[in-house]
Write a protein that binds this ligand. Structure first.
Ligand code: SF4
Length: 455
């Protein structure tokens, strides 16, 4: 992908400038930090507060019992033999003490303590037997803002002028270059996740996150991390109930709150969830994690959890589709996912709809293709750029409209520049690399000058 390399060079021109003086301040929640740690977003090589090198050999699994957040993990200290044990992640280092972990035998197996904030006074992480646990301080400002995306609409930027004078093919070429770069970055990220979690688990987590787009990416990621594909496939008969249970959707104590048409379905879910509930108690998501306002009923998370459950059930067929490396085959697969209850229901408490609805709509499938499957195929060395470049865009969103306003303003070709998934992705990449890093109201942004030179 030569264009991607050219874009990478262009992007480097932004690096000489300082970071924004007032970057958006957002402290991720502990759950978000944990999800992103487990996803490998912070990387796997660290230096402890005592200057030892730590390599994460295995991120482990989310712990369902009392004790640290992740168990069955493995780390290397200064390149030594892998050490197996648990990993605890806190926002503040001293939480180890204030939460009573230092005296709790369940934390004895901890091999790594990860935190974001270091207290003023020196603090050592020690277990009940007085063993010193290596500490790693992570920096959430290195994260892209994948779990949040609320950017206000903007006015046209300085680059509007050179872009409007560029012939259409040249603008396409810039967008293609940025899109290829973005696709490669996604492929690299997925490839890393495959190294960390294996091919199937990595894909399961990625598709789950895409099903949560955009407001519920975090809870969907947590569900797929906490109930691995392996576990869900092993408990095939109970898997749908377990997914709904861990999502926190089966907490209502009274069947009376459900419509008659729903009661039988919910009762079946409860009956299958109840035997697992005590054991999985720690994994149940808090209700407040779900963002429901502004979500269209068709996209309600409960429908999407049902879709995730059907995907797990049909996993062997999904693997065959992956092997075909065709957007048409993938489209057919996702559009064909069906569910007797969710075909006619928006939520567990809503009235049944007289008309059948697709479990996963067209725009979601397009998003899964663009953000999961094509990057995954590229990670497996299949360069399907010509097919990717043809994918039609289904929807716009607030961030895209902001980017289009900044770069193209009132250019009559604006719509034509955002008609494909690839061009939308390219636009988002430019917005992220230039607009989001600009702190000069466009004055010092190198993009307009670079555009004049783009051939
Ligand atoms: S910051 Fe740069 S890329 Fe963004 S609108 Fe201004 S000139 Fe264009």
């Amino acid at each position: 992908m030569l264009l991607a390399d050219r874009y990478a060079e262009l992007r480097e021109t932004t690096r000489v400038r300082e970071r924004a003086l007032f970057p958006p301040q957002r402290t991720p929640t502990e759950l978000e930090l944990q999800a992103r740690w487990f996803a490998g977003d912070f990387g796997k090589h660290f230096v402890t507060t005592a200057a030892d090198k730590i390599d994460i050999v295995q991120f482990g699994t989310w712990n369902r019992e009392a004790g640290p957040d992740f168990r069955d993990a493995a780390i290397r200290v200064n390149g030594g033999e892998p050490i197996r044990g648990c990993i605890e992640l806190d926002v503040i280092d001293r939480s180890w003490e204030t939460h009573g972990h230092a005296t709790n035998p369940a934390f004895e197996e901890t091999v790594l303590h990860v935190f974001v904030e270091k207290s003023d006074r020196e603090f050592f992480t020690r277990t009940r037997s007085n063993r010193n646990v290596p500490q790693v301080c992570i920096d959430p400002t290195i994260l892209s803002d994948a779990f949040s995306a609320n950017i206000s609409l903007a006015r046209p930027g300085r680059c509007q002028s050179p872009l409007k004078d560029l012939p259409e093919e040249r603008v396409h070429s810039v967008l293609d270059a940025a899109a290829q770069f973005r696709l490669q970055q996604k492929a690299t990220r997925i490839s890393r996740k495959i190294d960390d979690h294996g091919r199937d688990e990595a894909l399961f987590q990625e598709v789950a996150a895409a099903l949560g787009y955009k407001k519920n990416k975090l809870p969907f990621t947590l569900i797929a991390q906490r109930l691995s594909l392996k576990l869900v496939r092993e408990k095939a008969d109970d898997s749908e109930a377990m997914l709904f249970g861990v999502a926190g959707f089966l907490e209502a104590p009274d069947l009376g709150v459900f419509k008659r048409s729903t009661r039988e379905y919910v009762r079946k879910l409860w009956d299958r969830w109840w035997p697992h509930r005590d054991e999985a108690q720690r994994l149940i998501l808090p209700a407040k994690i779900w963002r429901l306002s502004g979500t269209r009923p068709l996209n309600h998370p409960q429908r999407r959890v049902a879709a995730l459950s059907m995907l797990a059930r049909e996993w062997p067929a999904f693997r065959r589709v992956l092997g075909k490396r065709s957007s048409f085959a993938a489209n057919d697969f996702f559009s064909g996912l069906d569910h007797p209850f969710w075909k006619f229901h928006y939520t567990l408490t809503a009235k049944a709809s007289p008309k059948a609805m697709a479990l996963i709509g067209k725009s979601r499938v397009a998003d899964i293709l663009a953000n999961v499957l094509f990057p995954f195929w590229l990670a497996e060395d299949a360069d399907l750029w010509p097919e990717y470049a043809k994918l039609p865009a289904q929807l716009s969103n607030r961030r895209l409209e902001t980017a289009a306003t900044r770069l193209f303003g009132g250019d009559p070709r604006r719509r034509a520049f955002t008609k494909t998934v690839a061009h939308q992705q390219g636009l988002l990449q430019i917005y992220q690399d230039f607009c989001m890093r600009d702190n000069s109201d466009c004055a010092q942004c190198p993009f307009p000058e670079q555009m004049r030179k783009w051939t």
